[in-house]
Design a protein around this ligand. Structure first.
Ligand SMILES: [Zn+2]
Length: 457
């Protein structure tokens, strides 16, 4: 009887990644010819080869010419939505969600935060933990809080999913209602709490009213109660005044760029830096309509790595993204928003605001997994150095979603979530697209071998 071969007795050998260029996510000096030692699901040691002893019996993986980084953390996504064009029924089948999870791993994302409001979040977390699904570590809010009829209620109604998703948004207008909503969310055991403090947005126009937002009293009540229960508050905003309301009420994270023209952005960003309020610019969603038409973005390498159903749907002339481009004036508005978002990124950077990488994937045209590449390129072209971008997509993103003690850097004691990319992404951030190996919880995955599941016709 091969007793030693039974899982009870089996112990995988430590793994030594040797000869790679180590960018550990802390922002410290990178190390050429580094050794990263992993035992079980933990990082044991990382540093110059001369200083890390490789135990006998370790499995050695040579990484010459490659870089080793922490797994990427997408701090803002929506796993329940396809991110494609909403023109193919297969996008709405459960298998689409399973393939979205696989997409994250293919692009080196080992941790992701579902920003709101996902009816299946706890179910999916359990399935991932039990190995019934394969995907990144998943955290999220599960629910949203907004003012009656405000964003995104109107939008959900317009696109015909209010009956389906409406119950996952608490519409509150008084302090007792707010407190009751927070208690329900806390009881559902979610990781944080999403609030919408924004003018209602519609599918075909933007921000045509400035009313129905949470009052300052209700905002304060939500945030106070969330904090009393150990939950961070993540806020959807667009205008500087909306961000300011949230910051003054004690919110923790602004989950979008300030992308609308109004004075006061500089002051709010300065306040955020002073109070430690984080900023997730989600530039990809602001840029959305350029992306749909970008020959450079939707090209062969993506076609090979993205599930074909999503790819074909998003480039379809009838996709939601392409239809939006036919709405008079909308695209110009969005171009203007992008300019404002980019300017505010520079201001945030100068003011030392904590900036976390997040894509808002799941929205139409914002593909799961693939968009991290675009987002990181946009952050780079918005004035962040490749090193700053990498830190924002690893350490800072992990900190902002409350997982910084476990993941986000390559340091002894952290969980072994790593990626290996070809070349040096500090020389060209686009190389973050060339993920050759993913290590998730100490297990090595070849992203090229991950197969998307067939959804039938
Ligand atoms: Zn979002």
């Amino acid at each position: 009887m091969l007793l030693w071969a039974s899982p009870l007795f089996a112990r995988t050998a430590p793994i030594a990644f040797v000869g790679g260029y180590l960018i550990d996510g802390t922002g410290g000096e990178p190390i050429a010819d580094a050794t990263v030692l992993v035992d079980g699901n933990k990082i044991v040691k990382a540093g110059p080869a001369a200083r890390v002893k490789i135990p006998s019996g370790a499995r050695v993986i040579p990484l010459r010419g490659k870089s080793i980084l922490p797994g990427i953390v997408d701090s803002h996504m929506h796993i329940g939505a396809s991110g494609a064009g909403s023109v193919d029924p297969r996008e709405f089948r459960p298998v689409a969600t399973e393939n979205s999870l696989i997409a994250y791993l293919k692009f080196g994302v080992t941790t992701a935060y579902d920003m709101a409001a996902n009816p299946r979040l706890s179910e999916m977390k359990a399935a991932l933990a039990q190995g019934r699904l394969i995907g990144p570590r998943l955290y999220g809010n599960g629910y949203g809080i907004t003012a009656p009829g405000s964003h995104p209620i109107r939008l959900l109604n317009e696109i015909g999913v209010l009956d389906l998703l409406g119950p996952y948004y608490f519409q509150v207008s008084t302090e007792p209602e707010a407190v009751a909503a927070v208690h329900k969310i806390v009881e559902a055991n979610t990781d944080g709490l999403k609030i919408f403090h924004s003018r209602a947005e519609s599918a075909t126009s933007r921000y045509d009213c400035d009313r129905d937002k949470l009052s300052p009293e209700v905002l304060k009540a939500v945030i106070r109660e969330a904090h009393a229960n150990g939950k961070k508050v993540y806020a959807h905003i667009s205008f500087p005044s909306e961000a300011r309301d949230v910051v003054e009420a004690g919110g923790d994270v602004i989950v979008h760029s300030i992308s609308m023209a109004e004075t006061g952005a500089d002051e709010v960003l300065k306040m955020m830096a002073e109070r430690g309020v984080a900023y997730i610019p989600t530039l990809s969603i602001v840029e959305r309509d350029y992306v749909a038409h970008s020959d450079r973005y939707f090209t062969t390498p993506l076609r090979g790595k993205v599930w074909e159903v999503f790819f074909d749907s998003v480039v379809n002339p009838k996709s939601v993204v392409n239809e939006r481009n036919n709405v008079p004036g909308l695209r110009n508005d969005e171009k203007r928003s992008m300019d404002i978002a980019m300017a505010n990124l520079r201001t945030a950077l100068k003011a030392n605001v904590k900036i976390a990488m997040g894509t808002d994937s799941g929205n139409n045209g914002i593909l799961h997994g693939a968009t991290v590449v675009r987002e990181m390129e946009l952050m780079n072209s918005g004035g962040m150095t490749p090193m700053q971008v990498i830190v924002s997509a690893t350490k800072t993103a992990a900190d902002v979603i409350g997982q910084g003690a476990q993941v986000g850097t390559i340091e002894p004691g952290k969980l072994a979530d790593l990626i290996v990319v070809d070349g040096n992404p500090l020389e060209n951030i686009a190389l973050i697209n060339s993920v050759e190996l993913v290590v998730l919880d100490g297990k090595i995955i070849d992203p090229g071998n991950l197969q998307y599941k067939d959804a039938g016709k």
